[in-house]
Design a protein around this ligand. Sequence first.
Ligand SMILES: O=c1ccn([C@@H]2O[C@H](COP(=O)(O)OP(=O)(O)O[C@H]3O[C@H](CO)[C@@H](O)[C@H](O)[C@H]3O)[C@@H](O)[C@H]2O)c(=O)[nH]1
Ligand SMILES: [Mn+2]
Length: 955
Amino acid sequence: MASNPNVPPPGQNNPRRTMSGRFVSNSRDDHDQSMDMTGDVSADFPYTVHIPPTPDNQPMSEPNTPRDAYGNPVWSKDEYTSGAADANATGEPTSPSQTKKRRPLTRKVSISAGIIYSYRALALLRLVVLGFFLTWRVKNPNRDAMWLWGMSVVCELWFAFSWILDQLPKLCPVNRLTDLAVLKDKFEKPSPENPRGRPDLPGMDVFVSSADPEKEPPLITANTILSILAADYPVEKLACYLSDDGGALLSFESLAEAASFARAWVPFCRKHAIEPRNPETYFLIRGDPTKGKVRTDFVKDRRRVKREYDELKVRINGLTDSIRRRSDAYNAHEEIRAKRHQIESGADPSIPLNVPKATWMADGTHWPGTWVISGKEHSKGDHAGIIQVMLAPPSCDPVMGSNDLEENLIDTTDIDVRLPMLVYVSREKRPGYDHNKKAGAMNALVRTSAVMSNGPFILNLDCDHYIFNSLAMREAMCFMMDRGGDRICYVQFPQRFEGVDPNDRYANRNTVFFDINMRALDGLQGPVYVGTGCCFRRIALYGFDPPRGGHKKLKKKAALLAQMANDEDEFESRGLLPKQYGQSKIFVASIPVAEFAGRPLAEPGIPHGRPAGALTGPREPLDAATVAEAINVISCYYEDKTEWGGRVGWIYGSVTEDVVTGFRMHNRGWKSIYCVTKRDAFRGTAPINLTDRLHQVLRWATGSVEIFFSRNNAIFANSHMKFLQRVAYLNVGVYPFTSIFLIVYCFLPALSLFSGQFIVQNLNVTFLVYLLVISVCLCLLAILEVKWSGITLEEWWRNEQFWVIGGTSAHLAAVLQGLLKVMAGVDISFTLTSKSGAEDMDDEFADLYVVKWTALMIPPITIMIVNLIAIAVAISRTIYAVLPQWSKLLGGVFFSLWVLLYMYPFAKGLMGRRGRTPTIVYVWSGMLAIVISLLWVTISPPENSTGVATGGFNP
Ligand SMILES: O=c1ccn([C@@H]2O[C@H](COP(=O)(O)OP(=O)(O)O[C@H]3O[C@H](CO)[C@@H](O)[C@H](O)[C@H]3O)[C@@H](O)[C@H]2O)c(=O)[nH]1
Ligand SMILES: [Mn+2]
């Protein structure tokens, strides 16, 4: 297929517009009638898909347009290298307006000293008592059952170790506040350097990752995209990229639909200050939508936009069907043509024809990506790279709408109707190349966006994580633009979830992690990167070191890059850059531009900032050469012999690419920030049924094991990282191994009950007191954590429970899988978490009760059954009065019940919908167990039948 790299001028690559202001493309319903079977429907289809003509993996001819600067910043080279910015920053007298501007953008808020000091003291106390306890345990073996004692002591030693790994990094939590008003003052108010008050904020490229329209419904992705397009950030600075790892026409066309609906949605959001700007959620909000709305036409506008949105939903839901029908028609037509040709050419008509079952675009051409019935060069792992600019970059000045209701859906007088740039990207995939899952997709986007918009900041969102707070990007910018902001590699926001059952049975919200661990890490140079809701400094992804020693190193490197990009020989002779970043000179040239544009403003106290007003110029329009280059950099051979995935970009080699990527940055000396906003910044979906949840934690734990056995193990971290930060990263790699000890420990109570022994020789006072103290300390620590983090005790308890459930199932499997990878090189696949929204209107949480069998469930089920039987055996032995020591019996039973208590949500989950009366599970299986054990005891009565008398409390 001949590609057409020409990008239509702004505005022309959009769908046709009807009189009602709606946009149509030929991709829907009426298609069968309108389709011209001669294949000439291309004339009015709005999209020309851009793909590289490189199935043979040859680089495209180098576009001949050397540029000094690309993107939005106006950047004077002289000033950059001469350090004029520095000079200007060294404290000239400041005007009153400047003093006002010097108000900080962010602030640390300390946690109440009372709470935090008692928290630390308690942790210390527990540590000490734990030490005494374990010494006592080691010194006092149970001589009657050394095996039981040995196993339990080993497990307890490990638990203590893993508790320390988890507890230590939690000792210095912080909270932070931003001041958005100061940000506005600094970057959007008229000033001598910026007389028109044009936005001087740096550009932001938003990356949305999607991989499979089956598991990730296009409607969810479309909503995410809409929330981004409508975000409150200067339009001309914002660009949105959708990565489609499925290469599906369905994703492509639904993005086109979303883009055309954005013309109504975005002005509506701006006009009436809508929140959240994800239409699906917005229209479902319970309560009075007019609350706080002042414009009288709100109700009318809302009604219209709502109807338009409903139509969009129907269209997106109908896409699968319309694509199939269209393709069937085209394929039938092709077959007829081939048959005719066969007859005409005099060939034997009985020879079967091999016409491929292609997937067709509305313009009557083959879809270059994956076909519905996958064919050669059109399957998930084998297709061309595709780039489509769905919305062209907007002009740099506002474009006000009008009250012409023929043209517009709503009256947009005095409303800026521009839309941010929107690009569809599906990287090239070929057999024989490792595509490196999400990390690979993100790296393709990093390069393509560098060429097309080069925002110095990158916001990364999974396709199901939408912007819930339209100011979120500004929050991130406060940190990045504040004093010392140039040392920040990313600002991570907490992941918040919708559609989780109110009891949060499987701790899907992960609040312990997001409100306790992450907040605490924020006090230790920064939270880990968790894959979504994270705003990166672009150059941190390029493997740069943070500015140290007066920015000299960074400046030198950037200047060198700039020089090399311009000077052919220099570039070539060093051999260094192509090796690191690949062959694209345009890409390399974009690096220093991004570095410069990402700096905070030069001000007293911010020595190496950029001058105010430097980012207010218009951005270069996209030209054909640029798009050609953007396609070049997403080809699958581009990364050959480069450092992408190694030192540069998202790091490869783990299914939890996120943790590794963040780790590398921290290890280089960058800091990160955890930004918890009052109104959630982003929200996503979480798998709520047991099976999906287990698979999710399986992937995470497997990723952790991969990290543990790689050079990204925190043991090898360098001195840029604080000690406790290293402990936290070590914990990330180590926690799955706890499962080995946990599973043994969960069988111990049953083993003790069966054997009539216990993990200690007798339940003496010392043992019980130690046990009591460490448990009480743990509870008090939990209460204090709850106090400083704001989570609830129930959430904390759910987390404990799931720690046992996940620990005895998914984590164990992860350890095995990880070992297999290390020892036998077995590759680990990325199982997508399905993101089906609540379909069933009668029961929002219907998904919760879905029971899908998985082998992961075997160990926890075994644990439950064995423990139940053990309890029953113990009870029947008591009935027969044959147990040697009642204290051991009591210990064992308590121990067993404790395990069962932790497993309770799991048992509930297994029951599916009936699990609503979950006690039945335990009661029922308990009865069964009693029967079994009565039989067992009758068949083999224990030898010692004088036991009761010899037992007792024996301190
Ligand atoms: O080959 C792939 C596989 C996945 N994805 C995308 O990666 C994201 C995360 O996948 P998901 O199945 O939703 O995983 P979760 O467990 O929900 O995600 C968490 O954990 C992952 C690491 O295991 C991170 O990549 C995610 O960002 C983080 O939110 C989704 O947007 C996918 O579309 C790709 O783009 N290409
Ligand atoms: Mn997800």
